[in-house]
Design a protein around this ligand. Structure first.
Ligand SMILES: [Mn+2]
Length: 292
C-alpha cells in the first residue's frame, strides 16, 4: 500500500497522519536523487474515438493507492526504488504542437532518470522518444497496442494518436519499431509495417532479441476490453493481465528498457475505475520488471 511513503526520506511532515492521495506510490526523493520519475500528461487533443484520457493521470494515481507495492511476478518491491512524482505537464489546450514541445523539453530535463510517462493519449509518445534520442541514439521502441498507429495522416493531420508510430518510425529508421498485440489496422498500415517495422505476436517477441536501449509504450487498448473497457478506441480480443505480466517478466531478462509510458486510459468511459486500476498495476509491474 501507499503507507511506505513515510519510510523513505524523513521530514517533520511524517509525524502527521496525513497523505496526499494524488501521488504515484513513492515521492520521497527530490529530482537530484530520484532514479525513477513519474510524469502525468493530461492531454487528449487528437483522440479520434472517445475523449477523456486527459483525466487518466490523476485517476491512475488514485487507483495506485489500492495496490500492494510488492510484486509476486518480479519478487521486487516499489518501496525499494527511489521515486519522484514530478506532477502533471501543463498542457496548452487546443494546441498540440506547443503541448508536445513542452513535453519534449520536460523529458529532456528528466531523461537521465528512468521516466514513467502516464497519458493522456498516444501522440505523447512522440516527443518523449525525441527527447530520449539525445541520451540514447540507438533507441528502439517496443509498442504494446491493439492498433499499429501507422497511418500517414488522419483528416489531414500528421500528428495524431493514429499516426504516432509512423512519425516515430520515420525518425528512428527502419526496423527500430517493434509492435505487438496489434489486431485492428488498415491494409496501408500493414504494408508500411512490412517494410519498416516488425510486427511480433507476444510469443514471437520472446524469440526476438532487441539489441540496445528500448523505450516501451503501452497503449491500454492492447488489453481485452473485458478487463479494460475505459480506453479511447477499444478492440475486442486483447491480452489478459496475466499474459502481460508473464510476458514482461520473461522479457526483463534480455531487454534494456530506459523508460516507458502507459497511455489511452479514458476514465469517463471506464467501469468502476477498472481500467485505471489495471493501468496502475501495469505501471507497477512494468517498472519492477525493468528496473533493478
Ligand atoms: Mn495507440
Amino acid at each position: 500500500m501507499a503507507f511506505f511513503k513515510s519510510a523513505g526520506a524523513l521530514s517533520s511532515m511524517d509525524e502527521l497522519y496525513v497523505e496526499n492521495p494524488l501521488e504515484f506510490w513513492g515521492n520521497n526523493y527530490g529530482l537530484s536523487s530520484a532514479e525513477v520519475v513519474f510524469l502525468g500528461v493530461p492531454f487528449d487533443g487528437t483522440s479520434t474515438g472517445r475523449t477523456g484520457s486527459r483525466e487518466a493521470p490523476n485517476e491512475i494515481r488514485k487507483m495506485s493507492y489500492n495496490l500492494e507495492t510488492y510484486s509476486r511476478y518480479s519478487k521486487k518491491d516499489l518501496a525499494d526504488l527511489k521515486m519522484l512524482d514530478y506532477g502533471n505537464l501543463i498542457t496548452v489546450p487546443g494546441d498540440t504542437d506547443r503541448t508536445l514541445e513542452r513535453l519534449e523539453a520536460t523529458i529532456k530535463d528528466i531523461g537521465q532518470k528512468f521516466p514513467v510517462v502516464v497519458g493522456g493519449e498516444h501522440i505523447i509518445t512522440l516527443p518523449v522518444v525525441k527527447a530520449l534520442l539525445k541520451e540514447h541514439p540507438k533507441l528502439h521502441v517496443l509498442q504494446f497496442d491493439a492498433h499499429l498507429d501507422l497511418k500517414d495522416e488522419y483528416l489531414g493531420n500528421k500528428y495524431s494518436h493514429v499516426t504516432v508510430m509512423r512519425r516515430i518510425s520515420e525518425i528512428l529508421g527502419k526496423g527500430r519499431v517493434i509492435q505487438t498485440g496489434a489486431r485492428s489496422y488498415d491494409p496501408d498500415e500493414r504494408e508500411y509495417a512490412k517494410k519498416n517495422t516488425f510486427i511480433k505476436t507476444p510469443e514471437n517477441l520472446l524469440k526476438y532479441s532487441i539489441k540496445g536501449p528500448v523505450y516501451l509504450t503501452v497503449d491500454m487498448d492492447v488489453f481485452d476490453p473485458a478487463i479494460a473497457p475505459g480506453v479511447s478506441t477499444p478492440a475486442p480480443g486483447g491480452l489478459s493481465f496475466t499474459e502481460y505480466a508473464e510476458l514482461i517478466k520473461k522479457l526483463s531478462g534480455t531487454l534494456e528498457v530506459v523508460g516507458f509510458d502507459v497511455v489511452e486510459t479514458c476514465p469517463p468511459h471506464d467501469e468502476a475505475g477498472m481500467t485505471s486500476l489495471l493501468a496502475a498495476e501495469v505501471i507497477k509491474e512494468t517498472l519492477l520488471a525493468f528496473r533493478k
